[in-house]
Each structure stands twice: as structure tokens, then as C-alpha cells.
Ligand binder design. Sequence first.
Ligand code: AMP
Length: 184
Amino acid sequence: MALTLTDQERTLLQNAIRSIPDYPKKGIIFKDITTLLGNGEAFGVLMGHLHRRYASYGIDYVAGIDARGFIFGAALAQMLGVGFVPIRKKGKLPFTTYNEKYALEYGTDEIEIHIDAFSAHPHAKVLLMDDLIATGGTAKAAATLINKTGAQCVEACFLMGLGFLDGMKTLGQITPVYAVIEEQ
Ligand code: AMP
């Protein structure tokens, strides 16, 4: 089975993502994936593609970033027959956590993971999943968290990568990166 998308499939996915100018503030083009989720054909093409790509990676877990990474990550974990681990915004996880701060345009944010999230598999191989990579700050913090637990982030996967920012390059310094669609 083909590991790459056909031109037709790529166009289907691109057209299923809605671009909202000036949201949440002026100058940002927000990539709205709710329209893709609501399109059964496009959602199915995406998940089938990710399933085929990662079936041979020997992944033990998929970890998703709060909140849109949960949707794609949890669906993919089920397709691969592995567990799903949420990486959450500060203060949402009830058990003991590792924390990682990262820079925003103004100030900092913080994400967390349970210290025992991958403990059922020593040296677990983990796929990191989110909807989009922009500056890469969030994903870099998430990959660092995975590695802090003693597990290994084997790849970071995104539905969309904004190629005009350096996020994919920066993240690539600590883990392999894959974006289904790259926007230049
Ligand atoms: P970054 O840390 O800059 O790579 O930002 C990535 C996070 O912010 C992801 O969780 C995305 O969901 C969200 N994000 C950043 N920029 C956009 C955008 N233009 N459209 C939609 N989501 C975005």
C-alpha cells in the first residue's frame, strides 16, 4: 500500500482545512481543522495515511499535545493498537508531572506529562502528534518532556507545517519531524 498521498488526496486535505485571516489576532492566518474533522472522507484519508506510515515504526505510544493533538493522536493510537498519552497545559493533570516551559511571542507557557505515562514499556518508542507546527516551541517542549520520562520521541508528526517559520528545522535538532502538508 502506498505510503505517500496522491495529488488528489493532498488537494482533498488542503481544501478541507479552513483558513481564517486575523484570528486570534491581526496578521495571523489561523488554520481551522474543525472543517477537516467534519469531512468524513478527508478525515479518513488523513488517518489512513498516518496509519500506513507508522504501522512499521514499532511505536509503543502516541502522545498528543493539548488540545487538537488529542483528536488525531487518540484516533491514530487506536488504529495502531497502542496507548495514548496526553501532554497537557499546566495544572490539568492530576498525578505527579514533569513540566517544561516554552517561549510565546509575549511571555511563557508550560506543558506537563505524568511521570509514569510510559512506565508499562521501558524505553518506550513514542510518536508525538499535533495538528500544526508554527515556531516549534510547543512541540520542542513536548518532545523534551517525553525524553525526560526515559522514553524516546521517535518522530513528531503534524497535519500541517508552516514552512515559512523555522519550527520544523528547530524541532528537527531533537527529533525527526514529519508534516503531512507543508505550507510555504
Ligand atoms: P508553535 O509552538 O508556534 O509551533 O505553535 C503550535 C501550536 O499553536 C499548535 O498547538 C497549534 O495548534 C497552534 N497554532 C499556532 N499557529 C497556528 C495557526 N496559524 N493556525 C492554527 N493553529 C496554530
